[in-house]
Design a protein around this ligand. Sequence first.
Ligand SMILES: [Zn+2]
Length: 105
Amino acid sequence: MPRNGRSSTHNKKATAIKAMKDLESTMLANQDTTILNSATSLILRIGKRHGIRKSGYFGFSICRKCKKALIPGRNSRLRIRSKSLKISCSDCKAVRTLGPSFARD
Ligand SMILES: [Zn+2]
């Protein structure tokens, strides 16, 4: 493994965040399960590597258990209960709660 000190740590995180945003919009624009699932695994991989956590709710969620994109009405159920979102995965039945502190300004 050669080390040629050509790493720009600064830009990496910004690039990673941008890549995640791009992936998120790709996921929302696509209905194809294959694309959705590969985008999901990429998001998880980038997030893990760079320590980026998704904040808020962007119209979809990722099942922590089976690592699939959860799209309400397609493979997940979304419920709103006392200001928090409850998303249940129809594949593995895992329930995820978001909020109530995810208000966006
Ligand atoms: Zn699941």
